[in-house]
Design a binder for this molecule. Structure first.
Ligand SMILES: Cc1cc2nc3c(=O)[nH]c(=O)nc-3n(C[C@H](O)[C@H](O)[C@H](O)COP(=O)(O)OP(=O)(O)OC[C@H]3O[C@@H](n4cnc5c(N)ncnc54)[C@H](O)[C@@H]3O)c2cc1C
Length: 472
């Protein structure tokens, strides 16, 4: 079957890859001139890369790791020590670590938590441990039920002191969905904790060894093309065209950069676009269907990714850092963590600025100035005295609507990959899969979408479809 896919983020590319494996022919149509969607990156005039987001891969990302293995690029994941490192609020420039020893789960996680006495007191650890018992015993069904509560509400329900939130979960909530614990659904935090506690390497982190479009997306494109599929940039979907029976008859693709507009016919059609542009392109007759009308409740959350190049090394830490700052979420010195960005003499900090709703409309200069103020606390030794670190250049990437905002009640709004329209399917990290809004979620959604297409009635032997008949 020919399958037209709108969107070359990780979901669209993974869908195309697994369709190829099932013997189908994907045609991927990407609106922009760069692969990757939310993992897209660009080079500045000096050849330095800047990215949509600082991206971390977890040991728990089984589907992503399988994809790396299938593409034979596993060596591109640079695994770090099995630790989580938080900036200490009270003592600027110092860190508090959760180190996971070489023990099976959940012992390594428990040892990491029990071994850290900087952030949580023993009574707090015990209260939190007791609160987690239902999640451990009842697993995912309990985790899903908790979607009615924000994380702050969940902690209050379990009599866990507010300080636990301030010490650990403010940072974790911002890292998971760029929002604070009073907004994030407790399902999201419990899902992450469950993976981290149940899988021995679940919380171990890796960085990609270079820019994601070339180091991760391009190998998927090469694979797809080698298997007879197509990937086209600068090809925005403008209209989902309908046949008289309400099924999709074609994708109308806009003509940009001198390209002719075109209509693509296929046997099956996939939207692998984010939820916000998808909603704008839904055909009028579909909008009343609950499957599509529910999407109104899913909205992309704003986030800002900042890159700061300095004249010297600010740190030697080769890991992700949780800033525990009001303005910032996680950050890393990419000159240490990522082979392609390596520099033995100068730091390049990549920092996620979140929550970003009050900042997304502000100028880059204001955002960089506010970030530099935060760096005085994170690196006091380099931003005080006579010989202070000098900022050489900066780059700010704003994403006003990034991954869907995982507020309470969202789980029931997330659609399956198979829609009520027989030849129309969805992929994207907002669609239902067990990894929420993440790269792993995007890859898994693409895989599940390819499976849904392969299992659909039109893919069964003997089933005829308009596009295959036209091709005969
Ligand atoms: C700042 C930031 C940090 C992040 N950090 C992490 C992390 O550390 N770990 C992690 O796992 N995840 C992280 N994520 C989340 C992760 O990037 C996303 O969950 C994932 O990449 C989403 O993939 P997707 O394919 O579902 O959507 P997208 O990547 O958004 O892809 C959708 C594609 O559709 C295209 N498109 C839109 N409209 C059209 C149209 N009309 N026609 C054709 N194409 C169209 C877009 O251009 C895009 O390429 C982060 C995200 C951000 C923004």
């Amino acid at each position: 079957m020919r399958v037209a896919i709108a969107g070359a983020g990780l979901a669209g590319l993974s869908c195309a890859k697994y369709l190829c494996d099932a013997g189908h022919v994907p045609i991927v149509l990407e609106a922009r001139d760069v692969l990757g969607g939310k993992v897209a990156a660009w080079q500045d005039e000096d050849g330095d890369w800047y990215e949509t987001g600082l991206h971390i891969f977890f040991g728990a990302y089984r589907n992503m790791r399988q994809l790396f293995a299938e593409l034979n690029i596993e060596d591109r994941l640079q695994w770090k020590s099995h630790s989580m490192i938080f900036n200490q609020k009270e003592v600027p420039g110092t860190y508090s670590r959760f180190d996971f020893p070489d023990l099976p789960a959940p012992l390594n996680g428990l040892a990491a938590i029990l071994g850290n006495n900087d952030m949580l007191t023993w009574p707090e650890k015990i209260a939190f441990g007791i609160g987690l018992v239902p999640a451990i015993l009842r697993g995912q069904s309990y985790v899903e039920e908790c979607d009615q509560y924000s994380w702050s509400e969940w902690l209050a329900l379990h009599n866990i002191p507010e300080r636990v939130n301030d010490e650990v979960f403010l940072a974790m909530s911002k890292a998971l969905n760029f929002i604070n614990p009073d907004e994030i659904s407790s399902t999201v935090v419990l899902t992450a904790l469950n993976r981290f506690l149940q899988e021995t390497d679940g919380s171990q982190m890796a960085f990609l060894d270079g820019n994601p479009p070339e180091r991760l997306c391009q190998p998927i494109v090469d694979y797809v093309r080698a298997h007879g599929g197509e990937v086209h940039l600068d090809s925005p979907l403008r209209e989902i065209q309908l046949a008289e029976d309400g099924s999709v008859s074609g994708f109308r693709i806009g003509g940009i950069k001198g390209k002719e507009p075109q209509e693509i016919q296929a046997d099956a059609y996939v939207s692998a676009m984010p939820v916000d542009p998808l909603k704008l392109l839904l055909p009028e007759p579909w909008k009343a269907l609950p499957y599509f009308s529910k999407l109104d409740g899913l909205v992309g959350v704003p986030v800002i990714n900042i890159h700061l190049w300095f004249d010297r090394k600010l740190t030697e830490i080769d890991h992700l850092l949780f800033s525990r700052s009001d303005l910032l979420s996680v950050y890393a010195d990419m000159s240490n963590t990522c082979r392609e960005y390596e520099d033995p003499n100068k730091s390049m900090l990549e920092l996620v600025f979140a929550p970003a709703k009050d900042w997304i409309g502000r100028s880059d200069a204001e955002i960089v100035a506010a970030t530099l103020e935060e760096l005085k606390r994170l690196f006091p030794q380099h931003f005080s005295g006579d010989d202070q670190a000098q900022l050489l250049k900066s780059k700010v990437v704003k994403t006003p609507q990034s991954v869907y905002k995982t507020v309470p009640g969202c789980q029931q709004l997330r659609p399956d990959q198979a829609s009520p329209i027989p030849n129309f399917f969805l992929a994207g990290c907002f669609t239902m899969q067990r990894y929420l809004a993440s790269m792993e979620g995007a890859v898994l959604s693409g895989k599940q979408c390819a499976e849904a297409i392969a299992q659909s009635p039109m893919a069964q032997p003997g089933a005829a479809s308009p596009a295959s008949l036209a091709a005969v």
